[in-house]
Write a protein that binds this ligand. Structure first.
Ligand SMILES: *Cc1c(COP(=O)(O)O)cnc(C)c1O
Length: 398
């Protein structure tokens, strides 16, 4: 049976009523027959049937043993970091999601957890940096926003030898394209806000673990800290997941066409898309992903915030917004939006240059998307000719 079929039928029909849609159990508590005698649910922070269904579906989809659904992707990441103790070190990919960087640096540093950022696309860097204090390796692959690819299987072997946990943020690929646990990861996290929800209508996060034991630890942390996903949002994520394979296939198809178009456009300096053979990690991507996803980033020959603004303020179909993975195409300027909390030198060293633009390619007809980009890119050269004043350059910096 194909994964898509398995997924669709892993979402259960309600045994009580036959409802083909998963019921939303909008309740805070559950009546008990005698103290401690109940039907598996006692209080809705600890467990809720709608959330439990989502957790079962996503655990199966990621080929893990257990899962927990959180109020946001960052709450999910936070729960994983809480597995650690003061004095432990995280070895993380350098091109990390801005919110994860903020959490690690500005919250967990205070509690004695340190983070070492390295370019994990080169396995040698991981071997050099790992040490007895490294208790957690943190990968995103592909990364946000420069679409770097790390070799999950190779890094899982290094992690195991060092008795470190390997966690992969699988938000960009989604389990439709990549299943890190099958490649040796211990933990997978998602911002389900993105492809799993898929419709830009909720905030949610997920943690999936390879073992039940690790899953129980995450559940304990979740119950103790309280950042659970609501029943209604759990239901929305389930509904999103039903069409995950269909959507991600189409996102990937459109994105590859957009990436090729940008690659040959005269105003574009560099395109970041793992599906292009010119991508430095294309071979690893081809091995560990079934397709290349819906995110494309690019820089302009005029590598300034000013030129980037000309593009992001002039598209019609691509809406200027943070987030990604929804039906409608979005674009953003990471340097001043998603990645503004990262210090300039770190940001530029990780390849997030001033003109970098990130596209979340949606499900519109791809010819319309190309036309939209074409007319917006034409604005760059026009406004350049109208001789920019250096003083106005400051306007878009943060
Ligand atoms: C959005 C995102 C997150 C954070 O998720 P929220 O749901 O916004 O809290 C984490 N990792 C990646 C890769 C993301 O894109």
């Amino acid at each position: 049976m194909s994964n898509a079929t398995k997924l669709i039928h892993s979402i259960p029909v309600d045994p009580l009523t036959g409802s083909i849609s998963v019921p939303i159990y909008q309740t805070s508590t559950f009546v008990q027959d005698a103290p401690g005698e109940h039907k598996g649910f006692d209080y809705a922070r600890s467990n809720n049937p709608t959330r439990a269904t989502l957790e079962k579906v996503i655990a199966q989809l990621e080929e893990g043993k257990a899962a927990s659904a959180f109020a946001s992707g960052l709450a999910a990441i936070d729960a994983v970091v809480k597995l650690l103790e003061s004095g432990d070190e995280i070895l993380a990919v350098d091109d990390i999601y801005g919110g994860a960087f903020r959490l690690f640096t500005h919250i967990y540093a205070k509690f004695g957890i340190t983070v070492n950022y390295v370019d994990t696309t080169d396995v040698m860097n991981v071997i050099d940096a790992i040490n007895p204090r490294t208790k957690l390796i943190w990968l995103e692959t592909p990364t946000n926003p420069t679409l770097k690819i790390s070799d999950i299987e190779a890094i899982a072997k290094i992690a195991k030898q060092n008795e470190s946990l390997l966690c992969v943020d699988n938000t960009f690929a989604s389990p439709a394209l990549q299943q890190p646990i099958k490649l040796g990861a211990d933990i997978v996290v998602h911002s389900a806000t993105k492809y799993l929800g898929g419709h830009s209508d909720l905030i949610a996060g997920l943690v999936i673990t390879k073992t039940q034991e690790l899953g129980d630890k995450i559940k304990f942390i979740q119950n103790a800290s309280g950042a659970i996903l609501s029943p209604h949002d759990s239901w929305l994520v389930i509904r999103g997941i039903e069409t995950l394979h269909l959507r991600v296939r189409e996102h990937s198809r459109n994105a590859l066409i957009v990436a090729k178009f940008l690659h040959s456009h005269p105003a574009v300096k560099r395109v970041y898309y793992p599906g292009l053979t010119t991508h430095p990690n294309h071979d690893i991507a081809a091995r560990q992903q079934s397709k290349y996803g819906g995110i494309v980033s690019f820089t302009l020959k005029d590598d300034t915030e000013f030129a980037a603004k000309d593009v992001v303020c002039n598209t019609n179909l691509f809406k200027l917004a943070e987030s990604l993975g929804g039906v409608k195409s979005l674009l953003c300027h990471p340097a001043t939006m998603t990645h503004k909390s990262i210090p300039v030198d770190k940001r530029q060293a990780a390849g997030v240059s001033d003109s970098l633009i990130r596209l979340s390619v949606g499900l519109e007809d791809v010819d319309d998307l190309l036309q939209d980009l074409e007319q917006a890119l034409a604005k760059v050269s026009v406004s350049k000719k109208q001789s920019r004043k250096s003083s106005t350059k400051k306007q878009f910096s943060n």
